[in-house]
Write a protein that binds this ligand. Sequence first.
Ligand code: COA
Ligand code: ZN
Length: 317
Amino acid sequence: MKLPARITICEVGTRDGFQIEPDFIPTEQKIEVVNLLSDAGIPEIEVTSFVHPKVVPQLRDAEEVMARITRRPGTRYAALVPNDKGAVRAVDAGVDVIHTVLSASESHNLANVNMTIAESIERMRAVMQVAERARTPVACGVSTSFGCPFEGDVPLPQLESVVRRLVDMGARAIGLADTTGMANPRQVGRAFEHLMPKFPGIEWTLHTHDTRAMAIPNILAGMECGVTHIDASIGGLGGCPFAPGASGNVCSEDLVHCLDAMGVETGIDLDRLIAVSRRVQEIVGRTLPGQIVKAGKSTRRYPVPDTVAARITTARA
Ligand code: COA
Ligand code: ZN
């Protein structure tokens, strides 16, 4: 496999994950998780979102979380915004990066942000203006890039057209999101192979959900095309409140374990990350989908059973 030597992981659990938790996660605990994640060496954290507090009440404390986290030098603190009102709030809260959201399919965009794609694009223009005035970089996420829970297939020309409109208005970073885990590795490869040469100089991110156990294969397919920015979520938290059937993102510690095992650098301390995942399980009060927390790392060893030990000694003698 031809893989990049280094991957930049953006942790989205405190946004994509906490937004869909049935119970409101207390502000104090959100802050604790963000701080633990930055201590584990996560380079970028999507801390929260600046959306309508009635639409996503779980993240209604966005300002307070941003104000009270400990800013670790070297960590970039991002937040998701759907419109310019969100962008103003995010800039006022001091985010390092604005992540925007719109969908490649009309019905999911309407369900998620109550706008047509064309209306969303116009809002993105306003977001860019707010960000430019504040000198805050913007990364544009495209939901349902590989399939829509309402419409099914999202044809590549449709995705390309949305990406083109974002690039034309100045987007330099684009994230393709598989919102409900419909993508497969070949499809991911085809999408990036198609889009990358058409939009040179764009920094691409892949945002996956493990709804159908294809997140890591999809990420590997993206990496083979040269994608070096990947979103992931601690413990495998995550899901979109406005996409039926959505479930967790690719699990951060499982992904870091996989990359470590292959010698791909992330700069993240895996043992600390596993400890964060355990803490998050305590906070949400249930077992999360991540596998490494349960299985241990592949370097884990068990004591040899006595009967086997005796036979090894005999065999070696
Ligand atoms: N933050 C806070 N309030 C906002 C806001 C934002 N980003 N955007 C709009 N509002 C307020 C407006 O000020 C207005 O308030 P008022 O009634 O007191 O005047 C009200 O919301 C309605 O504004 P409007 O532009 O008509 O918004 P809407 O009701 O059509 O909702 C969104 C549009 C985008 C704000 C809403 O659908 C939303 O927050 N979606 C986020 C979905 C999400 O997070 N999905 C998961 C992530 S993928
Ligand atoms: Zn997501």
